[in-house]
Design a protein around this ligand. Sequence first.
Ligand code: A2R
Ligand code: GDD
Length: 311
Amino acid sequence: MKVLVTGAGGFVGQHLLNKLIKKDNNIVAINRKNNKFLSSLNIPVYETDILDFDTILNCIEQEKPDVLIHLAAQSNVGVSWREPALTASTNIEGSLNLYKAFFKVNSKGKFINIGSSDEYGLTAKLGIPLKEEMECKPQNPYSISKYCSEQMLLQLAKKDKVNVISTRSFNHFGPGQNIGFVVSDFASQVADIKKGLKENKIFVGDLSAARDFLYIDDVIDAYIKITEKEIPTGVYNISSGTSIKIEYILNKLIEISNIDIEVIIDKNKFRPAEVKNFVGNSDKLKKIVGWKPTVNFDDGLRKTLNYWINN
Ligand code: A2R
Ligand code: GDD
C-alpha cells in the first residue's frame, strides 16, 4: 500500500512514519521543509506548502498514493488566537487542496483527515463522554478551523462518493512534541531544573482544566488501524475515555523528578476562552477497527520527561 503523509516532519508525523515504515509500506512524505529525520528514512520527501495546489497535485500525480494521512496543520490552540487567518488558511484551504488533488488522481483512495476533540467545544460542558453525533460548538480559531475543514471534506465526500475519514483526536503527548502543548511545557521546564539549567520555579497556565489524554503510541496505533482496515466515511473519536486534570500532570511530573519546585501561575498562559473539561467516547472506532489504548498515563509521562532530560 502506498501512503502519503502530510506534516510528516511534525510530532505525530515522525512517530507515525517510524511505525509505518516497519510495516513494509511504501511511504511518501509532504513537509514544508526536509529535515534530518525525514532525510534519514530514504523515502520520497516533497518539500511544499499545502497552500501550493500545483505542487501538491504534481506530487500526487507522480506518486499515486492509495491512502493520504493528512496531519499538516497549524496545530497550536494558543497560536490560533494570535494567528487566526494563518490557522484558517492552513487548516481549511490546505485540507481542501489536498482533497481536490488526491481524489482527482485516485477516486477509490482513502483520505484520513486528522481533526480534533476541541471541535466539540462548549458541548464538552455537559460533562459526559462526547460521542460523534453530539453537536459541535467550537470556541477558538483552531477548533473552528478544524470543524470547518472536517465538515467541508465530509460534505464533498458525500457528493463525490469518496472515502473520507475525519478523526476527532483527543489530546496526545509524548517524546518529540513541541513546547506550546501542556505536557511538553511542563516536562521541558522540569527537565531544565533537573539538569541545573533553570532555578526551581515552573511557570504554568490554567491548572483547573482537564483533558482526555492519549500517549502518542496509542494515537499512532489508531491511525494505522484506520489506514489498514476498511472503514466507512465519517467522523471517529480517538480518546482514552478518562479525563485528567492538568494539575495532576504537573504534580506527577514534579513527583517523578523528585525535586522541590515552586509553581508560579502565569496569567499570560491562560486562554481567552477555555472549555474546562473534555472526555471522549471512542466505542465507534473500537467496534469498527478493533483499536483500544494500552499505555498507562503515568508511564507515558515518565517517558516524556526522560525525553526532555536526555535532549
Ligand atoms: O511548521 P513546519 O514547517 O514544521 O510543518 C508543520 C506542518 N505544516 C505545514 N506543512 C505544509 N504546509 C503548511 N502550510 C503547513 N503548516 C504546518 O504540519 C509540521 O510538520 C506539521 C504539524 O506538526 P505539529 O505542529 O507537530 O502537529 P502534530 O502534533 O504532529 O499534529 C498532527 C495533527 C494536526 O492536524 C493537529 O491539528 C492534530 O494532529 O492534533
Ligand atoms: N499549552 C499549555 N501550556 N497549556 C496549559 C499550560 C501551559 O503551560 N498550563 C495549563 N494549560 C492548559 C490549557 O489552558 C488547556 O486547558 C490544557 O492545559 C491543554 O492545553 P494544550 O496542551 O495546549 O492542548 P489543547 O487542549 O489546547 O489542544 C491540544 O489538543 C487538541 C485535542 O483536543 C492540541 O494538541 C490540539 O492540536 C489538539 O487538537
